[in-house]
Ligand binder design. Structure first.
Ligand SMILES: [Ca+2]
Ligand SMILES: [Ca+2]
Length: 293
């Protein structure tokens, strides 16, 4: 019972302790909202041990366990650029220090990942991973400062960082632009035209052009070899754009109202779109596309 009372008190102390930690770490700017927004509720979650070890010297079980979720885990899955935090404590005695070793046996953490604490016995691993990969972090808690005195059995935390799965459009744009530009819709949004060639990014994608360098409209136009009364305009399409909406619109003048060309004049395959219309008369046609961002 004494243990339980002491434990609950420690939890209360920790909630305010973490707020202090965050204030001292202005550099980890994106970590702040996680602590601030969810710190309180996390501590109400029941704690479950997921790891039981035996201390080599004393023969006693000393455990490290995750504390900031109701379902503790030893595997964290995040995407590159996604924030996470994984808090841990020892069930027996507060830890005053800890050591984290990577799978090479050094203290180097994955890029974007930091370790904080322990504060009131709780250590935190968190941050915003910058590189994809699977990282094994072996954590050992110590009862004394500076990794001294008795220790917990090492706990292996597996951090799986995955590349975000983007739409075909996003993946296409990422071949041409840096992360900072990809985050700015004025540069890489579907309606932007950063290379000023008059072809917006959505169309650059659908036509498999270079959104960062000027292009002219691709395609061949001429009399249909099968029917000399018809004009045939054939435009090759990006094989990755099969989910995108591509179609021709027509108008009697450039300033006029554009409306979809009649279906009988348009043929779309995965590799091209073809407009076949009567040569007689005068009409304007334009290609229109809608991509899934
Ligand atoms: Ca362009
Ligand atoms: Ca271009």
């Amino acid at each position: 019972m004494n243990y339980r009372i002491a434990y609950e008190r420690a939890v209360n102390v920790t909630a305010s302790g973490l707020a202090m930690v965050v204030q001292r770490l202005p550099l980890i700017k994106n970590l702040t909202p996680i602590f601030g927004a969810t710190g309180g509720s996390n501590f109400a979650a029941p704690l479950t041990a997921t790891f039981v070890g035996t201390h080599a010297l004393s023969g006693q079980s000393i455990m490290l366990q995750q504390t900031n979720t109701s379902e503790p885990t030893d595997v964290v899955e995040v995407e590159v650029g996604e924030a996470f935090q994984w808090e841990f404590k020892s069930t027996r005695h507060n830890i005053l220090s800890f050591e984290i070793l990577n799978d090479k046996g050094t203290e180097q953490l994955p890029p974007g990942v930091v370790a904080i604490g322990p504060q009131s016995g709780i250590g935190t691993i968190g941050g915003i991973p910058e590189e994809a990969g699977t990282f094994t972090l072996t954590i050992t808690g110590y009862r004394g400062q500076n990794q001294s005195s008795s220790q917990t059995t090492p706990f292996d935390l597996t951090l799986i960082v995955e590349d975000p799965v983007g739409s075909p459009f996003k993946i296409f744009m990422s071949d041409y632009f840096a992360a900072e530009e990809l985050a700015d819709p004025a540069i890489t949004g579907p309606t932007a035209d950063p290379d000023l060639d008059g072809i917006d990014n959505a169309m650059e994608f659908v036509l498999d052009l270079n959104p960062s360098a000027p292009n002219s409209m691709p395609g061949t136009i001429g009399v249909d070899s099968n029917d000399p009364q018809m004009l045939r305009y054939e435009i090759p399409l990006n094989g990755l754009a099969t989910e995108s909406t591509v179609g021709f619109e027509e108008s009697t003048s450039l300033e006029g109202e554009w409306k979809p060309a009649l279906g009988e004049f348009v043929e779309r395959t995965d590799k091209m779109i073809v407009l076949t219309v009567p040569l007689a008369g005068k009409k304007f046609y334009r290609l229109k596309t809608i991509v899934e961002e």
